[in-house]
Design a protein around this ligand. Structure first.
Ligand SMILES: Cc1ncc(COP(=O)(O)O)c(C=O)c1O
Length: 460
């Protein structure tokens, strides 16, 4: 049969499949085929054997994520829609905040969270160019990039070992008349000292942004009440890039309890527009054509009124669909991360003369992203890491190490302008030189953890 005829036959055959079915029945049939496809082609059959590679992270999913993805694709709405709405509602409930906005990455979430603070709607509390933002130097660059690009000045704090927390005595040293906000990540899932930082922010009228990208599910006890990290500051952010606590391929979220900040976040995310109508819906407030904005003519279409210089950082509904299925698994993911962390730490106990092992921040219950190990004097990190990698254990650095030593800082380092170091970054440098981390992701079995521990011991 000629190729063209074969294509015709295949098409005909497919049309036949749904000929006497409703759209709903056809969709159900496709989704049940997806389940079978998952079972046959994706479900892991192979169990871990010693010698297999142990990645630091991996996606954990089943037929539910694939079915949601296909369901959304068949609907073909594409941009944010019903799955996005569901995801935003359910994530807000999980975190314990009123408002959540889905975006296309954790970096976009950080960008919007910071840019929201520059809104003129915040009056005298607005962050202006030249104002200072307190942060840490050992972390992920896009916790800092948004304010550097805007022209605000990062003021870097050191990280303390073994809790990988910030040194609170430095907060006072970092403070100046220009300080407007604190924006720090919960390093590898371990919350920073939220009680002290929040009190510092309240005393000095500073905004607090929690970069929660590595800590989804972490909890902190604030004045006797357990809360999720990301809900204690003014704004929290998440990343759903595959290695993170849950994934939708690419994705992120910005959340807050503050209605004004929420309005600004939505505006920043959705082109800077003033109107809050969701995609595809017009005139929900009933005032689309009867108000006066700026110097625009009276009644100018509210859909095209811009109260901010914004972006379009929305995610697609297909990403949200995957996220909805992942959210249901999240509590179990968090539990397993905690168990894996505990097991690895138990197995490595007794090595404290050679290694600094991570310790939980007081008053917290971390949802660990990774297990950070710092080599003490006499132990060569590079040799340990090489040994582990050669024996199949995937390792990671604490992201940028000392961010101010990265090539992107070359120009600023030379002029000494555009950033400030609160005190010293001695511990940050120590982390950069002597620390690495391994995974505790929920797909790790006890055997994998035990093998990792064995190899770490052997490497010493
Ligand atoms: C602390 C932190 N913030 C922000 C991000 C950026 O997230 P994304 O990769 O989704 O842009 C990451 C990425 O891993 C991160 O670790």
């Amino acid at each position: 049969m000629k190729a063209g005829r074969l294509g015709e036959w295949k098409r005909k055959d497919k049309i036949m499949m749904f000929e006497h079915k409703t759209e709903e029945q056809a969709r159900e049939e496709i989704l049940s085929m997806v389940e079978e496809y998952y079972r046959i082609f994706h479900q892991k059959k192979k169990t871990y054997q010693e010698g297999d590679r142990i990645p630091y992270a991996s996606r954990i999913y089943d037929e539910k994520e694939m079915q949601n993805l296909i369901d959304s694709a068949l609907e073909f709405w594409l941009t944010s829609g019903r799955y996005t709405e569901q995801f935003e509602k359910e994530l807000a409930e999980y975190i314990g905040v009123k408002y959540c906005s889905l975006v296309n990455s954790g970096s976009s979430a950080n960008l919007i969270a910071f840019m929201a603070l520059t809104s003129p709607l915040l009056n005298e509390r607005r962050v202006c160019r030249g104002d200072e933002i307190i942060t840490v130097a050992a972390g992920f660059p896009t916790t800092v990039t948004p304010y550097l690009q805007y022209g605000a000045v990062p003021v870097f704090l050191d990280l303390t070992i073994p809790q990988y927390n910030i040194d609170v005595s430095q907060l006072e040293k970092a403070l100046s008349e220009k300080t407007k906000a604190v924006m720090i990540a919960h390093t590898l899932g371990n919350p920073f000292d939220l009680k002290t930082v929040k009190a510092f922010c309240e005393t000095h009228q500073l905004w607090l942004i929690e970069d929660n990208c590595d800590a989804l599910g972490s909890e902190y006890c604030m004045d006797g009440v357990w809360k999720k990290t990301g809900s204690i500051g003014d704004i929290g952010t998440s990343s759903f890039y595959p290695p993170h606590h849950m994934t939708m391929g690419e994705g992120g979220a910005v959340y807050t309890d503050n209605p004004l900040l929420h309005k600004i976040i939505r505006s920043m995310r959705d082109w800077g527009r003033d109107c809050m109508c969701p995609s595809g819906q017009d005139n929900l407030c009933g005032h689309r054509f009867d108000k006066q904005y700026g110097e625009l003519p009276l009644g100018y279409d509210h859909k095209y009124v811009y109260s901010h210089f914004g972006y379009n950082l929305k995610a697609t509904d297909m990403q949200a669909a995957v996220g909805c299925a992942q959210l249901k698994k999240l509590p179990d993911f968090v539990t397993r991360r905690r168990e894996n962390f505990k097991r690895l730490k138990e197995q490595l106990s007794g090595l404290e003369d050679k290694l600094v092992l991570p310790e939980t921040c007081p008053n917290s219950n971390p949802s660990w992203f990774g297990f950070l190990i710092t080599c003490k004097e006499g132990v060569d990190k590079n040799q340990v890491v090489s040994y582990l990698e050669e024996h199949g254990v995937q390792t990671r650095m604490l992201f940028s190490g000392n961010l101010t030593k990265q090539p992107c800082f070359d120009e600023m380092r030379q002029t000494g302008e555009g950033y400030r170091i609160a005190d010293t970054l001695v511990r940050t440098d120590d982390i950069m030189e002597n620390s690495f981390w391994v995974g505790v992701y929920p797909g790790m079995t006890d055997e994998m953890i035990d093998t990792m521990a064995k190899l770490i011991k052997k490497s010493l």
